[in-house]
Design a protein around this ligand. Structure first.
Ligand code: NAP
Length: 270
């Protein structure tokens, strides 16, 4: 039976690459984001390549949209046994000095980041993990960040939200041990994606440095010396979905380098 994956933030960047990659494994992909137009582009690319995909509006901060997104294609999803793989990829990243996260922007950036980057994935897991446990199979991948493992200046809200996601996943995975429902973490350093382009634009605006120089600076910040590609993240996600690892944290450092926290044989082949 063809399985179904739900990929959040599938309209661009990492999420789009993950959706396309999982579709290549024969998985039907529910491509989700707030902007329907962007996820239609991803779903259309999957369909054009002979795969199965649906584009749905889903806002990870609004649980009401979870059921609406599923209901839209409910019968097709049920026929395939429900959501088997959940890829919590959607995220936001804004910057400000840590004491000015509220004052500079007029919104509390701590609450905003936690709502999207932590409570979003948590609520989606609470919506779909019970069904996975009932069926006795499921794969959940949380796309955190190197910001879930260390600090970066001017990114306190983003870093706090990603640390929350890492801590939560470690606890949940420990509780899932022994079940065929697994939860794993992917922690990339700077990625060649639209989110990083926004970071580049912000630094250019603030410093007046040329964009190419800023991009190069960020690439050199990565331990692997270059930006992580969306495709290499998609490969790791596909591998975690297809395997039995649980509680694994894979840190992608750039230059196709990665640091799995369990040095399993299978990871050396990547
Ligand atoms: N770029 C990096 O350097 C980097 C490094 C490490 C980790 N990450 C993480 O990787 C993930 C993807 O990053 P990216 O670089 O691909 O970002 P991106 O290019 O900005 O794409 C983010 C995606 O998330 C969606 N999204 C944002 N808020 C959402 C919400 N409330 N509900 C549903 N979808 C939402 C966006 O679509 P809509 O706006 O249409 O909703 C978009 O499709 C994020 O969690 C990010 O924190 C990124």
């Amino acid at each position: 039976m063809q399985r179904v994956a739900l990929v959040t933030g599938a309209g661009r960047g990492i999420g789009a690459a993950v959706a396309l990659r999982l579709a290549r494994t024969g998985t039907a992909v529910l491509c989700a984001a707030r902007s329907l137009e962007s996820v239609h582009d991803t779903a259309d690319a999957i369909l054009a390549a002979g795969g199965t995909a649906w584009a749905v509006h889903l806002d990870v901060t609004d649980p009401l949209t979870f059921d609406d997104a599923i209901a839209e294609h409910g019968e097709a999803i049920e026929r395939r046994g429900g959501i088997a793989w959940l890829i919590n990829n959607a995220g936001i990243a804004e910057t400000a000095p840590f004491l000015r996260h509220g004052r500079e922007t007029g919104v509390d950036l701590y609450e905003k980041h936690l709502r999207t980057n932590f409570h979003g994935p948590r609520r989606l897991i609470e919506r779909f993990a019970p069904e996975m446990l009932e069926r006795g199979h499921g794969r959940i991948i949380n796309v955190a960040s190197s910001a879930g493992l260390r600090g970066y200046p001017y990114a306190a809200a983003y870093v706090a939200s990603k640390h929350a996601l890492v801590g939560y996943t470690r606890c949940a995975a420990a509780e899932l041990a022994g079940k065929d429902v697994t939860m794993n973490l992917v922690c990339p350093h700077y990625v060649d994606s639209p989110m990083t382009e926004q970071t580049v634009a912000r630094i250019v605006k603030k410093t007046g440095r040329p964009a190419a120089e800023v991009r190069e600076f960020l690439a050199k910040e990565n331990p692997g010396g270059s930006l992580v590609s969306c495709e290499e993240i998609a490969d790791v996600v596909a591998r975690l979905c297809g395997g039995d690892d649980n509680g694994m944290l894979v840190e992608l450092i750039g230059g196709r380098g990665l640091i799995p926290d369990a040095q399993a044989e299978q990871w050396r082949a990547l």
